[in-house]
Design a protein around this ligand. Structure first.
Ligand SMILES: O=C(O)/C=C/C(=O)/C=C/C=C(\O)C(=O)O
Length: 287
């Protein structure tokens, strides 16, 4: 049976999350009807959303029988604005818990990209019984690289773009974001710019958050050993945002992790190597 055309608009949903510390509206996309659910958490770039980060990865999972949920973190996309003065990884993890509680989902697999991967680890640490398998791409913990000065060139360009959201700064950032920047189309730049300019509050709040707390993604290294979930770590050899040796730290720290490094790949493995990435994810989830 063929999968009907999946669109952002048709799968767009909102939900209110309330707990002792949080009262906010979250936007998410809900696709497919499988008994097993895969949540995808996007990165922290300006204009990033679940849909923008993962649009090449949804259909294969839905066709294979999974329900897919893309959560827009607070401060991105159509979710509420926030100024985050503490750990953004923990904030995203709390939102995810609220979303899963509201949807009645007890246990999910999670794919996290960059900030999304840091947040996946934070969620697994605070809710170990609610995670199935984990896929971490270009992230999983903040903290230093052994080889590359921090902040990296990519993160400096990302922060510059938040401060001055222009097409020129977007193109400068995207040029080091992927290995082969000739794969980036004008349509992609425009969609990103539209996302950014549609939510200037998100852009301004990110800058305020950084000023209040420059370490938005704390080093979770000392606690990695507590994550017992089977984990596939995926990195680009040419990642200029979150260096590849962070992947090695995850591999050393997490008892059930394995690592795949793509050659000729930057910070966006799920997009730059989408077909192989999708095959690897399906294989990892089913075996
Ligand atoms: O500073 C960090 O450790 C994390 C950085 C990111 O999360 C950057 C992500 C960028 C994207 O995924 C994007 O689509 O712009």
């Amino acid at each position: 049976m063929s999968t009907p055309l999946i669109t952002e608009a048709a799968t767009s949903r909102f939900i209110r999350i309330q707990d002792a510390e949080l009262d906010a509206q979250i936007h998410y996309n809900d696709i497919g009807e499988g008994t097993e659910t895969v949540v995808m958490l996007h990165g922290s770039g300006p204009g990033a959303t679940g849909w923008a980060n993962f649009n090449r990865n949804i259909e294969p999972l839905v066709s294979a029988g999974y329900r897919v949920i893309l959560m827009d973190c607070l401060g991105w996309g159509k979710s509420d604005p926030v100024v985050c003065t503490g750990s953004r990884s923990d904030l995203n993890a709390r939102c995810l818990k609220g979303l899963l509680d509201s949807l009645g989902l007890d246990k999910v697999h999670i794919i996290g990209n960059s900030m999304g991967a840091h947040s996946t680890v934070a969620f697994a640490l605070s809710n170990p019984s609610r995670v199935g398998k984990l896929i971490l791409m270009g992230g999983g913990t903040g903290g230093p690289s052994q080889f590359v000065p921090m902040p990296t060139e990519g993160i400096k360009l990302l922060q510059g773009l938040y401060r001055e959201p222009t097409i020129e700064n977007l193109k400068k950032m995207m040029a080091v974001f992927v290995f082969d920047s000739s794969s980036l189309t004008e349509d992609l730049f425009q969609a990103r710019l539209d996302n950014m300019l549609a939510r200037r509050d998100h852009m301004e709040n990110f800058v305020k958050s950084l000023a209040a707390n420059p370490k938005q993604f704390p080093d979770q290294g000392p606690r990695l050993g507590e994550v017992s979930a089977q984990t596939l770590v995926i990195w680009g050899r040419d990642d200029r945002f979150v260096p590849m040796d962070t992947g090695l730290r995850l591999l050393w720290g997490m008892p059930n992790a394995e690592l795949h490094i793509f050659n000729r790949c930057g910070h966006w493995a799920q997009w730059e190597h989408a077909d192989k990435f999708n095959r690897m994810v399906l294989d990892f989830l089913t075996h």
